[in-house]
Ligand binder design. Structure first.
Ligand code: FES
Length: 120
């Protein structure tokens, strides 16, 4: 199923968060819907740059974090908490771990003022 068909996918124009809600050099999650199958969005930031992905590891289709808002990041990489796959902030490519060569699914966004808005 494409993320666009997910029943909890936010509508275009939905505000995800402010740029400064995302820790610099870190990750931040925004969710839509309830339960284990809800729509989970991962935002990553370096300074004024940010990236947005589905919070879904391509290895076992699990979120990259165990605990709410707890992401392991290092030098522009984010690590999946389950089996330590590493993904690049800038394009979501898996550069190390059990799903090397795959990648996170990018989600379209735009910045309006200081707000990050879903643009899917
Ligand atoms: S679920 Fe992410 S590395 Fe296995």
């Amino acid at each position: 199923m494409s993320w666009r068909e997910h029943p909890d996918c936010p509508r275009r124009g939905s505000i995800l968060c402010s740029l400064t809600d995302i820790p610099d050099e870190g990750g931040f999650e925004v969710t839509f819907g309830e339960g284990k199958e809800n729509f989970r969005i991962l935002l990553l930031r370096q300074g004024e740059e940010f990236w947005c992905y589905l919070n879904n590891c391509p290895h076992f289709s699990l979120p990259l974090n165990y605990h709410p808002q707890t992401f392991v990041t290092l030098d522009g990489l984010i690590m999946c908490a389950h089996h330590t796959a590493f993904f690049k902030f800038e394009d979501g490519e898996c550069v190390d771990g059990p799903c090397s060569g795959t990648g996170l699914t990018a989600l379209p966004t735009r910045l309006i003022g200081s707000q990050i808005v879903f643009d899917g």
